[in-house]
Design a protein around this ligand. Structure first.
Ligand SMILES: Cc1cc2nc3c(=O)[nH]c(=O)nc-3n(C[C@H](O)[C@H](O)[C@H](O)COP(=O)(O)OP(=O)(O)OC[C@H]3O[C@@H](n4cnc5c(N)ncnc54)[C@H](O)[C@@H]3O)c2cc1C
Length: 383
């Protein structure tokens, strides 16, 4: 099928493919093994403007939007899902909401350094007791003159140790009742250098090991009231609207992982010979490849539909959840099949599918679990 992308996005896609080949692929296994931040791929991503797609041109961005972000994440995830999620969180969960909800002064202060990648963004919603039930926030923010004092701990924060800017959600008012716990939460933009913000424990993970996931501790952290994004007590809406965009990013990550599994499996199945012929000649292998390719196309259509809706300013909560649900379950099936096609080689770190198999698992967990996506879709269906 001919590409349905406009010329500028086809150009971007090709640029990212070249970048991945030259600056990501040679390093991905090494960063995974050492569980270290992908410094070289990130530095080059900054140079190429891959950190600027959700920033308006007035603040140094390219304003290319959600579909562009999706293409970037998909292409990088074929080879290094950890580098891809670093950019996905930065673009969708941090630059996006500041560009959308920030006032002019906030955009001027925060967006140029995010666009250039000098500041990497982190999104701090989850806590020990607030996972799927994200409204159950116990981090507190108390008004003191022109500031708020934040106390609490955020868990599982992507890029926590490397970020320059954090979007932090905290409770500013008690909820009116148990049914409405999403009320009374405020979104704060917090600079890394703010006294009282520190990086806590780093998680030891199964996959995306080059993406540092840490605790963020807020201990009498004094944040100027001028750093409130949107309105006081109304931050939970920003959190949820932002996650619609984030889920398109994770759907793109899952899609890229599945495509990477197909790329590797096609190659291996034609090289590996058993019973005197390439294993690609066996129907059992062909059916796996055919199913993978078919479902990848479906995931891509769902993901790009959601991205286009987001770019058009249409509500896309249901479509983003459908894309993430479908693409993330697919990526795990595709990774499982890819390891099977590789036989013992697929169980070895010498082959990329071993890493993709571990990396695929997270796509069903973060930015809302598979169960949470089904809840979003069902709620939209049932009204
Ligand atoms: C590597 C990694 C990176 C992350 N990055 C970030 C980040 O940058 N920022 C951030 O804020 N958070 C981040 N998270 C947190 C992540 O979004 C949460 O872990 C996720 O939302 C799930 O929450 P939980 O782990 O508390 O699971 P729980 O909510 O405890 O769920 C456990 C299980 O119960 C199921 N469940 C829960 N409620 C229901 C229900 N009502 N109906 C049916 N099933 C239900 C869940 O689907 C899941 O299967 C990250 C997590 C990981 C692992």
């Amino acid at each position: 099928m001919a590409s349905d992308l406009p010329e500028e996005l086809e150009l971007l896609q090709q640029t990212v493919r070249d970048y991945v080949k030259e600056h990501v692929a040679p390093h991905a296994a090494k960063y995974d093994e050492s569980e270290s931040f992908p410094e070289v791929p990130y530095a080059k991503a900054r140079e190429l403007g891959l950190t600027a797609v959700n920033v308006p041109e007035a603040q140094g961005g390219t304003a290319m939007g959600t579909l562009a972000g999706s293409l970037i994440v998909e292409e990088i995830s074929r080879v290094c899902p950890a580098t891809a999620v670093t950019l996905s969180v930065h673009n969708s969960l941090v630059c996006g909401p500041i560009a959308k909800y920030g006032n002019e002064e906030q955009k001027k202060r925060f967006l140029p350094k995010l666009a250039s990648g000098e500041w990497l963004g982190a999104y701090c919603l989850s806590e020990a007791g607030a996972g799927t039930d994200a409204a159950d926030q116990s981090t507190k923010a108390v008004r003191q003159g022109d500031s708020f004092v934040l106390d609490g701990a955020k868990l599982w924060i992507t890029s926590g140790s490397h970020a320059g800017l954090y979007l932090v959600f905290a409770r500013t008012s008690p909820p009116p009742d148990a049914e409405h716990r999403s009320r009374g939460v405020t979104c704060f933009v917090v600079e890394r250098t703010t006294p009282g913000l520190s990086v806590g424990k780093k998680e030891q993970k199964l996959g995306i090991r080059a993406s540092p996931t840490t605790e963020i501790v807020l201990d009498r952290c004094v944040v100027p009231a001028a750093n409130v994004l949107g309105e006081v007590d109304k931050g939970f809406r920003i959190a949820m609207d932002t996650l619609d965009a984030g889920r398109i990013g994770i759907a793109s990550q899952a899609l890229g992982i599945a495509q990477g599994c197909l790329d590797e499996s096609l190659k291996y199945a034609q090289e590996r010979r058993q019973f005197g012929r390439a294993i690609a000649e066996f129907q059992a292998i062909q059916w796996k490849l055919a199913d993978m390719a078919t479902q990848i196309d479906a995931a891509r259509l769902l993901t790009r539909r959601a991205a286009r809706m987001r770019d058009a300013g249409e509500p896309c909560g249901k479509e983003a959840a459908m894309a993430k649900l479908f693409a993330s379950t697919l990526s795990n099936r595709a990774a499982d099949d890819a390891v099977q096609i590789h036989g013992s080689a697929g169980y070895s770190r010498d082959y990329r599918v071993e890493r993709l198999f571990r990396d695929a698992r997270i796509t069903e967990i973060y930015e809302g679990t598979t169960e949470a996506q089904r809840m979003v879709v069902a709620r939209a269906l049932l009204g």
